[in-house]
Design a protein around this ligand. Structure first.
Ligand code: DER
Length: 227
């Protein structure tokens, strides 16, 4: 039904991919919220036996309110599926994430899930990751200048993310600072390698070849990209 909001369409399609008995990871953001609500509705209608685990407090609370059976991350040794939005998606299914504040748990659940399903509308499609937004680099608070200097040596430019009010720095859900950085003349593969191995970097927003599929909601329907 093309009249339905494209993000709602992909949320419902992802909810229909969930199998009875699964442990499902819940992302964070407006699209993840639509998925949580669609999954809860389907679970009620079909009396599914599901357990869910959230990447943020806000998604945890939304799932409880929706009547889903919620686990904590420390109870998990694995999960069947993780469903989340993204800020940018490229054709090879690499993603930019982390414009929110829950990047650490989002990537943790994405990496350890058997299946990582990404929900976007076409506004998130880019030819190259980093095209529309800086790369979030989440750093342990004391390390931000050393990390910034190391990234500047690699051609990076950027600064600490300010808070919403603009009168302080932004702190993530895990109490870290975030450097929003732009880079030129470096491949995504090499940038992922640099950011994944630099001491002081807790997490970063490049999800290099992590997604198993991406559902893109468009006016004329849903496009499904698979790895
Ligand atoms: O923080 C993130 O990485 C989220 O995926 C988020 O930025 C996407 O949010 P949206 O679904 O509200 O666009």
């Amino acid at each position: 039904n093309p009249a339905v909001n494209p993000k709602q369409q992909v949320a419902e399609q992802a909810a229909n991919m969930v199998e009875n008995g699964m442990i499902v990871g819940l992302g964070t953001g407006s699209t993840a919220n639509l998925f949580i609500d669609a999954l809860a509705q389907r679970s009620r209608q079909e009396e599914l036996q599901l357990r869910v685990v959230a990447s943020s407090v806000i998604s945890h609370n939304r799932a409880i309110k929706a009547g889903l059976s919620v686990l904590s991350i420390n109870q998990l040794s694995g999960l069947d599926m993780y469903v989340d939005g993204a800020d940018e998606v490229s054709d090879d299914l690499s993603l930019l994430k982390g414009r929110g504040q829950d990047l650490v748990k989002e990537k943790l659940l994405a990496r350890h899930a058997d299946q990582f399903v990404v929900l976007v509308d076409e506004s998130k499609q880019v030819r190259q990751i980093g095209e529309k937004h800086p790369i979030p680099v989440e750093v342990a608070p004391d390390c931000w200048q050393l990390v910034q200097a190391a990234l500047q040596q690699q051609g990076g430019q950027g600064s600490l993310r300010p808070n919403a009010a603009g009168d302080n720095v932004f702190y993530s859900a895990d109490g870290n600072l975030v450097l929003d950085m732009t880079f030129t003349d470096i491949t995504l593969k090499n940038l992922n390698q640099l950011l994944s191995t630099l001491p002081g970097v807790v997490e970063h927003g490049i999800f290099y070849l992590l997604a198993s599929e991406v559902l893109i909601g468009k006016a004329q329907g849903v496009i499904r990209l698979t790895a």
